[in-house]
Each structure stands twice: as C-alpha cells, then as structure tokens.
Design a protein. Structure first.
Ligand SMILES: *[C@@H]1O[C@H](CO)[C@@H](O)[C@H](O)[C@H]1NC(C)=O
Ligand SMILES: [Ca+2]
Ligand SMILES: [Ca+2]
Length: 307
C-alpha cells in the first residue's frame, strides 16, 4: 500500500509530467484483483507466517510449544489463498481457501489506505474490499464490484469532451518520460531488460525530445507529430507492463487497475478515457484499441514490441 501512496504523491505533484523511480516499484508490487478470479490456491515460497488470521487463532488456544512443533504439519503453512480469502482446514485436515471476514482485516493506518469501490463505497483498506468482494462471489453484484480508485470515494467531476482529448496527449508524453527516466537510472539496477534498453536508447539520445515537465498541449501535439516514432515503444511498453494476468494481449479491468486506481482521483478523465478505449465494448482493452487510444497508427501496432 505504501508504494501506491508514493506513486500517488508523485503524480499529485506533477500530474502526468514528472516520472520518478517509484513508478516502477508500483508496477512490480501490484496485486491485482485478478487473483480473485483464479480459483486455484497459489503456492509461494515466501509465506508470511501469522498473516493468516486462522494461524494466529491456533496460537491463542494451543500450547505454545505444540504450535511450533505443529507448524510444519499445518497444511495451511504453504497454502496461499488469493486476496480476500484465508486458508482453513476441514475435518480431514485438508487446507482450503474461504472468504476472509472483513472484520479480521488490520485497520487502516490512515486515510491513504482507503479505497473506493465501483459501488462508490469507501472501504477501509484493500483487505476490507477484497474480503467483501469475496463474500459476494458468484453474485451479479460481486461480479460487477471492482476496486475503482485509491482513496476515499469523492465527487469526481464529469470529463468534458475537450478535456478527454487532452488526456492521451499528456499520458503518452508521461509514458515516454517514465521510460527515459528509468533508462537514466538503470546503471545499477535492472529496471529495463536489454531489449527494452535498446529501444529506449534511441528515444533517450534524440536531442529533440521534450524534457519532462509541464508542456502546453500545442507543444505536446507538435512533438507527437514531429517525433511520432518515439512514442510508439512507450505505448507498447506500458501495455506489456499491465498485460500480465494473463499476458494475452487484452487488458481486463483489474489489469488496468494499477494504472487507473492512483490516477482517477487526480485525473478526472481517467475512467472515461479507459472506457472509451474499449471501442468494441467487450470490457477488454486489446492492444489495437490501446494503441489507437494513444493516437498510434494501425500499421504501427506490433506485438513484437512488447518485450
Ligand atoms: C460517490 O460518493 C461521494 C462521497 O460520498 C459523493 O460525493 C459522490 O457524489 C458519489 N458519486 C456518485 C457518482 O454517486
Ligand atoms: Ca491480459
Ligand atoms: Ca475491447
């Protein structure tokens, strides 16, 4: 959650102008709602003991020594459940995932942990949200409920047509700057892979590129026309960053969430922008739709650029 906040703050300061290192961290740390859709339990090597309230309960009424001995036997030990669920064992000592009771979620440390659902209800933390969503699993209401944005629900003014037109211009400029910044900071840490670096190098070395910062829309539009080729890769790159659960060439609502959720409270055109990106209205944003949203020409959409 911390990471979200840093991202939020850095965006709040400069809207979509100045990228920072934290942006990448956000993308790596994301936990999407997609985990909710997967039915299989997820096994992971790093299991945080004590995170599971059921395990904590066990500790309370068993002898302490026994708990330690039992730890390896506990079938829930390495049994990971998706967000909103916790592991419990049945009579046969078989682990299974059940919905978490929202009241067992740790309380929020501050307003910044609140989340607004698509039902326009404020949830205390993401844990509360996912636990609630889990209890609605299988219902129409549960199917429609998503995490909409970070922070308490608030009034978001309608996005006007002319404002909507500006949004992709600023966003693609921002994407380009994020990549260039990552490239600049890449000496020690592998923020980008070799293929990506090679692509960004060209953008970076182009002296005519606009420096990160606030630019007038005229200037952004002009730069896009003049340096169109520099924008092709950043748009593909961001798609590849988001399309991971699964990487199938389509973005679901939850795959888009890491980008949308921190942005919505600050950029009131975010929701409308992503809605309209889905031109065929099938609820998925395909690569072709995504590229068109950012003004790329059809012939420049290239799956091989997602590297
Ligand atoms: C959502 O909730 C907020 C705060 O309670 C309210 O100000 C806003 O008008 C609501 N938005 C909609 C679309 O109902
Ligand atoms: Ca996908
Ligand atoms: Ca679509």
């Amino acid at each position: 959650m911390r990471v979200w906040i840093v991202f939020l703050l850095c965006l709040a300061g400069h809207a979509m102008a100045a990228p920072t290192e934290e942006v990448l961290v956000t993308e790596e740390e994301l936990v999407t709602e997609e985990e909710l859709v997967t039915e299989e339990p997820i096994f992971e090597e790093e299991t945080e003991v004590g995170v599971n309230p059921v395990q904590v309960d066990v500790g309370e009424f068993d002898e302490a020594i026994e708990v330690i001995e039992d730890a390896e036997e506990n079938p829930c030990m390495n049994y990971h459940c998706k967000r909103g669920k916790v592991c419990e064992v049945d009579e046969d000592n078989t682990p299974m995932c059940v919905c978490q009771d929202p009241s067992t979620c740790p309380p929020a440390e501050g307003d910044f942990e609140h989340n607004c659902g698509t039902d326009n209800k404020t949830y205390e933390t993401a844990c509360h949200f996912f636990a609630t969503k889990c209890t609605l699993e299988g219902t129409k209401k549960g199917h429609k409920l998503h995490l909409d944005y970070i922070g308490p629900c608030k009034y978001i003014e309608p996005c006007l047509d002319n404002e909507l037109k500006e949004f992709p211009m600023r966003m693609r400029d921002w994407l380009k700057n994020v990549l260039v910044t990552l490239y600049e900071r890449d000496q020690d840490n592998d923020l980008l892979n070799e293929k990506q670096k090679l692509r960004v190098k060209k953008i970076y070395e182009n002296e005519k590129r606009l420096q990160a910062g606030e630019h007038s829309l005229d200037l952004l539009a002009q730069d896009f026309q003049k340096n169109y080729n520099m924008y092709i890769f950043p748009v593909h790159w961001q798609f590849g960053q988001l399309d991971q659960h699964p990487a199938d060439g389509y973005l679901t609502h939850s795959e888009l969430s890491p980008l949308r959720a921190p942005l919505i409270p600050m950029e009131h055109c975010t929701t409308r922008f992503f809605d309209e990106c889905d031109t065929d209205g099938d609820k998925y944003v395909a690569l072709e739709e995504w590229a068109a949203c950012f003004g790329l020409k059809e012939q420049d959409v290239d799956k091989d650029l997602i590297i």
